[in-house]
Design a protein around this ligand. Structure first.
Ligand code: FMN
Length: 202
C-alpha cells in the first residue's frame, strides 16, 4: 500500500515538474517570437492585391488597442477600410500612399484629443502612435505587410482623409496604414547604431 502511495506521489510530482518546464519553455518562445517580429517588421509597399479578411483585420485592431496610453485614456479610434472604391479614392487623394492601389485593406489610426489625458492633443497623438506601431507589428506577425503613411501633421492630407471617411474636424487622422499580402520584395533594415546608445549619462 505504502509503495503504491509513493508511486502516485512520484507520478504527481513528475507531472507538476513537466507542467512547470513547459510553462517556462512557452514563455521563452513567446519572448523570442516577439523580438523576431520586431526585427522582421518593415514598411511594405508592394502588395499582391489580395483582400484581407475581416477576421485578420479585427485581430490587428485588437493589437492596436492593447497599446499603453497616458492614464489609460485610450484616446483613439480605428477606421478599417476594405471597400475597393474607398481605398482607390484615398489613393487618388494622398500623394505618399500610392501603395493603397494594391493593398487589401487600410486602417486609419485616429487620435481624439478630447479623450486624452489632460485633454491634450500631444497625449492623443503619442498614445495613438503607439497603437499604430502595435498595428504594424501585428500585421508582420500575421504574415501581412503594412506601412505607416502620414496624414498628421499635414492639414491637407488630414482633410482629405476626413472628407473621404466622413470624419469630424476635431478627430485627428494620424495616418493611413495600407495592409495586404506582401509580394516579398520589402526587407527589414538593420538600424542598430551603437552611437545612439548612451549608458548611464548623456
Ligand atoms: C510618422 C511616419 C510617417 C511616415 N510617412 C510615410 C509616408 O507618407 N509614405 C511612406 O511610404 N512611408 C512613410 N513612412 C514609413 C517610413 O518611410 C519608414 O518607416 C522608414 O523609411 C523606415 O523603414 P522601415 O519601416 O522599413 O523600417 C512613415 C513612417 C512614420 C513613422
Amino acid at each position: 500500500m505504502r509503495g503504491k502511495n509513493i508511486l502516485i506521489v512520484g507520478i504527481l510530482m513528475a507531472g507538476l515538474l513537466m507542467t512547470f518546464s513547459d510553462l517556462f519553455a512557452d514563455k521563452e518562445k513567446k519572448m523570442s517570437d516577439a523580438i523576431t517580429v520586431i526585427h522582421s517588421r518593415k514598411s511594405v509597399r508592394n502588395f499582391t492585391g489580395q483582400a484581407v479578411s475581416r477576421e485578420l483585420l479585427d485581430k490587428i485592431v485588437r493589437a492596436g488597442m492593447a497599446a499603453p496610453s497616458a492614464v489609460n485614456r485610450q484616446p483613439w479610434s480605428f477606421v478599417i477600410v476594405t471597400d475597393r472604391k474607398t481605398l482607390d479614392t484615398l489613393n487618388d487623394g494622398l500623394p505618399y500612399a500610392k501603395m493603397l492601389g494594391k493593398a487589401g485593406a487600410a486602417i486609419v489610426v485616429c487620435a481624439i484629443p478630447e479623450k486624452a489625458y489632460d485633454g491634450r492633443k500631444e497625449f492623443a497623438v503619442i498614445d495613438s502612435a503607439l497603437a499604430g506601431e502595435n498595428i504594424l507589428l501585428a500585421a508582420e506577425a500575421m504574415g501581412l505587410g503594412a506601412v505607416w503613411t502620414a496624414a498628421y501633421p499635414y492639414e491637407d492630407r488630414m482633410n482629405t482623409v476626413r472628407k473621404v471617411l466622413g470624419m469630424p474636424a476635431d478627430i485627428i487622422p494620424l495616418n493611413v496604414i495600407p495592409i495586404g499580402y506582401p509580394v516579398g520584395t520589402d526587407k527589414p533594415k538593420n538600424k542598430y547604431k551603437p552611437e545612439n546608445v548612451r549608458w548611464e549619462k548623456w
